[in-house]
Structures are given as C-alpha cells and as structure tokens.
Design a binder for this molecule. Structure first.
Ligand code: ADP
Ligand code: ASP
Ligand code: MG
Length: 428
C-alpha cells in the first residue's frame, strides 16, 4: 500500500463544483492503488472573510479567539470534501487538527508543529478509508486550537507526509494541488512571460518562498527538506506533470538564476543614537522576539560611540514591531526610532550563484538602466535581494526576470555578464 498526501489549496476549493473536482482527483489516486490523505485549506477567500469579520468587531481580537475562528474555515472544507468523496462511492472520514494528533507550540495564529502522532490516521488508512485532514490547524498539549500562519496548510501536508513516512520507514510523496500548474521562474500573475520549472531544489524553493513566491509556504519547504519529502506542485484541474521539489543535484549549478520573487509590501524601522556597546543588538532583539515577529534584513552603521540599526519588516508585522521597539527604547532611556513604509524587495535566486560570477552586476545593471534606485542590498550564497520603493516593485521584478532571460529555456540563454569561473579561467 503506497500512501500519498494530496493537498488542495483554497483557490482549488472555491465552490462545490471545485470541491467535487478535487474529490475526483482523490478518488482517481485511490483507484490507482494509493492510500490517500487529502489535506484541505479553507474554501476560496474564507480565511480573509473570517479575519474581516473579526475586525468588524474589534481591531485587537485576542489571538486565541482568532484561532477558534480561523480553524472553522478548514473544518468546513473537510466535511464538504468528505461528503463529496462519499457521493463518488469513496469511504472517507474527516479529521480536524486534534484528530490528526498535530501538537503545536502555544503561539496562537503563528504556531509551529512540535509533534504528530499518526497512529489514528494510519488505522483509518489501513481500514481502506481516505482521511480528509484539516490543514493549517493543530492543538497545544493542553488542547487549545492553534493555527500555523497564513498559507500554513502546505506545512500540514508536508509534515503529515514526513510523519507517515517516518512511521512506515518509507518516503511519502506530497502533492500540492493549486491554481497554477507548477513553480514558475516568477509569479506568473506578475510576470506573464514566466516559465514553468520541471524541478527545483529545496534550497531554491525555500529562498523563493521566503522572498514572496506564495505558491508554497516556506515552512512546508523547510520541513520537506529536513525530512526528505518529495513535493510535487500541480494544477488541481489539469493533468500536467507540474514541478518537483527535490534534493539539489550537481547539474543544477549550471544555471546561475533559477527564479525571481517580489516581497511587495515592506516597512523599515530605523533606530538611531543607540549606544555602541557589546550586547546591545541582543537587547533589541530580545524585545522583538518576545513579540513573536520576524524581521527581514538587518542593517547597522557605527558612528563612534553610537550605532544606527535598521531592519525591514512585513507590513503586517509593523505595528507589533513598533510597540516592541518602543519598549526597548523606553527601557534604554535614549535613542530614537523612525519608520518608513512603501518599500518592496526584488530577489534573484539560484544555487548556481555559488559558482557563477557577474550575477550581482547583471542585476544592478538591469535595475540601474530601468532608472530604479536600490535602497539596500542583501545577499546569501544563493540569492541577491535589492530593496526598492513599492511603486517600482512590479517593474523591478520584470526587468530582473528579463535580464536573466528567465523566459527562455536555460540552453537558449546568452546571459551577458554571467560567466562560469571554471571555463573563464581557460582550459589548460
Ligand atoms: P492555494 O490556494 O492553492 O494555496 P496560493 O494562492 O497560495 O494557492 O498559491 C498559488 C499562487 O501562487 C498562484 O496563483 C501564483 O499567482 C502564486 N505564485 C507566486 N509565485 C509563484 C511562482 N514562482 N510560481 C507559481 N506560482 C506563484
Ligand atoms: N486558509 C489558510 C489561509 O488562507 C491556510 C491556507 O490556505 O494554507 O492562509
Ligand atoms: Mg497557498
């Protein structure tokens, strides 16, 4: 018996006909001999609508109550998907986070999975049933309902595939069904010339997902990489082969840039006249991590006895970070804070950057020639990111995508300025 985890995103479950279509895919996989766990997100814009409902009542709902509310979206889908399977003659049962044995930490609305007990789920599979699992939710050790952060159903699916795989001592494939037929060189909604990739490494997908490629939740990719779960991103209503997210292989390094992404809405917090002493950064970040918010890139400049520190943050987290930083300044009794909004970040990603030169120059030239100023640059071994104004974000993404000729098949690219150091050294 092969176990297969199939995850259906909200865009693929928008109405009863869509749900029936997804149920059809589950039924087909079962007919082909798989034991299926179908992980479902909330229908269409349900989660957004639930958030709007809460905001119509209060701007500061308690996070525990938000989780009570948000978890209902996925619960609704599990029941409807299970009913759809029943109409197709498939024996199926719906499971919420608590039935799935998904235990999380107690950080409401941003919980992380700590453990999964797949015993009950495996028993259902063994009895020949499809298990329809609620994505995005779990429970704490003391039974409180939690959610995993926006887009978190991908993480539920990959984590379930990892846990079942571990319990059975074999690899369990996780199929992510969505409204696009795979992972593209950039978001095809923003860059119509983007090209679908047949495969991509976990590391590249993790960078792209963290930098704005919303097709996969970054923690899902991280989990897949940690546990070696093969992830297959596919279109929910087309039979196309999709994109495989796999371990890196040596041939992947031949391509310098595999894709681009845009983080469209960032703010920047700058702290000035902070005493330049050992441990000051730890003090600031103690307040920030206590607020459970993530900062993006951190920049620091020293001026003798003072230091200026600034960092970019997702706009959704800006209000919480401002409060945390103000607490730090109040405790310190000196320094000041300023806040900028209206920023965006364009990034190019590829494991080939480790061995190719000229990638940064190509990207800076592309932005410079398009008249787009760069407010900050950050790099890692496999990515280059440039901070630009939000107003220029979409265009920056397109010009970078164009300059790296990502619309062409890799063998048809000329990539001016990008060379392979092994070859440029000449053959002796
Ligand atoms: P789901 O509801 O299935 O979880 P999402 O909206 O979360 O769907 O993700 C699918 C969307 O991700 C696509 O419609 C597409 O616009 C967007 N996207 C962003 N970056 C990429 C990319 N590099 N490749 C493919 N899709 C992307
Ligand atoms: N329903 C949740 C959201 O909209 C989780 C998910 O779709 O993955 O963010
Ligand atoms: Mg999603």
């Amino acid at each position: 018996m092969t176990v297969l985890v199939q995850k259906f995103g909200g865009t693929s479950l928008a109405d009863p006909a869509c749900i029936m279509n997804c149920a059809g895919r589950v039924a087909a996989a079962q007919r082909q001999g798989a034991s299926v766990v179908a992980v479902v997100s909330a229908m269409g814009h349900t989660t957004d609508n639930l958030i709007a409902l809460a905001r119509a009542i209060t701007q500061e709902p308690r996070q525990r109550e938000m989780d009570m509310l948000l978890a209902t979206g996925e619960q609704m889908s599990t029941a409807l998907m299970t009913m759809s399977l029943h109409t197709l003659g498939v024996d199926a049962i719906s499971f919420a986070g608590m039935h799935l044995g998904i235990v999380t930490d107690p950080v409401h609305t941003k919980a992380k999975i700590q453990s999964i007990d797949v015993g009950r789920l495996q028993r259902e599979l063994q009895s020949g049933r499809v298990v329809v699992a609620a994505g995005f939710q779990g429970v704490t050790v003391d039974g409180q309902i939690t959610t995993l952060g926006r887009g978190g159903s991908d993480t539920t699916a990959v984590a379930l595939a990892a846990a079942i795989g571990q319990a059975r001592g074999e690899k369990v494939i996780c199929e992510i069904f969505t409204d696009v037929d795979g992972v593209y060189t950039a978001d095809p909604r923003r860059v119509p010339t983007a090209r679908k990739l047949d495969r991509i490494s976990y590391e590249e997908m993790l960078e792209l997902a963290s930098l704005g490629a919303g097709v996969m939740h970054n923690r899902a990719v991280m989990c897949g990489s940690n546990y070696g779960v093969p992830i297959h991103v596919r279109h929910s209503s087309r039979p196309d082969p999709g994109t495989l997210i796999v371990e890196e292989s040596p041939d992947m390094e031949r391509i310098s840039v595999v894709g681009c992404a845009l983080t469209p809405d960032l703010g920047r917090i700058s702290l000035r006249r902070i005493p330049n002493r050992a441990g000051i950064q730890a003090e600031i970040f103690h307040y920030i991590s206590a607020a459970n918010v993530l900062v993006d890139d951190i920049m620091q400049t020293e001026h003798g006895e003072f230091v200026d520190i600034s960092f970019t943050v997702e706009m959704n987290d800006l209000a919480d970070i401002k409060i945390a930083v103000q607490r730090f300044l109040d405790a310190l009794g000196q320094g000041d804070m300023s806040v900028e909004v209206g920023l965006a970040k364009v990034s190019a990603v590829g494991v080939g950057m480790r061995t190719h030169t000229g990638v940064a120059t190509t990207m800076f030239n592309a932005l410079g020639e398009a008249g787009i100023s760069i407010a900050n640059i950050t790099t890692s071994e496999i990515k280059i990111s440039c901070l630009v104004t939000k107003e220029h974000g979409e265009r920056a993404l397109k010009v970078v995508h164009d300059r790296f000729e990502l619309h062409r098949a890799p063998e048809e690219r000329s990539l001016p300025g990008v060379s392979d150091p092994d070859l440029s050294a000449g053959v002796r």
